[in-house]
Each structure stands twice: as C-alpha cells, then as structure tokens.
Write a new protein. Sequence first.
Length: 193
Amino acid sequence: MSDLIRSFIAVKIPADAADRIRAAQQQLRATGPDVKWVDPDNLHITLKFLGDVERPRLDSLWQSTAEGLNGATAFTMRFHGVGAFPDPDRPRVVWVGIAGGAEELRELAAGVEGACERHGFEREKRPFRAHVTLGRVRRPAPNPALAAAMADHAQTDLGEAYVDRVLLMRSELTRTGAVHSMLQQVLLHQGDS
C-alpha cells in the first residue's frame, strides 16, 4: 500500500505581497481567542482540496492538471476587503476577498476541477469563490467584536500579487497547526506586456 499524501492545489500568496493582509489579520486577532488563525506563511488560495491521496494517483492527476493549465496566462490579483462565510454576524471562516483577478482564478479552478474529475475526484458542489482564508472560527457564534473589525476592513484595499504559477501542495498536520510544502508547480505563460 502506498503512503497517503494530504494535498491540495493552490495559488500561494508571496510573502512580499502579504504585508497588508498580515496587518489586517493582526487587528482581527485582537477580537478574541475563538478563531484558529492561519499562519501568515501559509496564506494561499485553494483551487481544489484533494485530501489524502496515494502518490501514484497524485502524480497522474498532477500531470493532467499541468496539461490542462497549459494555456493559462499569468495575471495580477488584488486583495480587497475582509468578510466571512456564511456571514460576518455568525462567521465560520474569516477571509480576504479578491477584487482583481477573480475571473482568472475561477478559470484556473475550473481547469483544475476538470482534471480532478477525470481522475475520480468528486466535483465541488459549491461554486468557486476566490478568497484567502485568514482563520476558522472554533465555535461559530455571534462575535460582535469580530464582526465590527471585519466591517472596518470590508472595503480596505489590501494590496496585490502577481500570479505566475499553480502549486500542488502537501499539508502535514502538527500540534501547532498545518505545515504546507510544495510538491510540484506549473508556471503560467507570461503575458505580452
């Protein structure tokens, strides 16, 4: 039996592009202890969570994914606003939204989804919504302080990042949180600028 690799396909937020996101996360963190905040070094946009996958299946899937992304072009995404799923009054997931580049991310996610489906992965039931997860609420309940902090950042411009690759990532769960490492990458075509 092959070892299982807990994995996902994502766009990583480069460290130099995440400063404003980190600052907003720090302000939100001050609202209370009921949120498990994502380590700023792990900030990313998940295109597809794969779960625990055997290495041969993962290699085959990644080859198909890379072929499916062959025509994709690099682009700039803009981070804008802080919100929550399902809503700020009863948050489960606190996120940063994507204003510019959301359509390009949707197209990448659709390409990844198609490759995954061809390899037997179940299609996502919910439509793709581009976002950067900042934290997950441990016990979802109304949190007026967190809701107010999110409202303060609802229209905040949080910078931008250039997306020039899609990554296959490993996620190892530890006592202190998830540790993410890159397994493979696909470089996107550079535009004619």
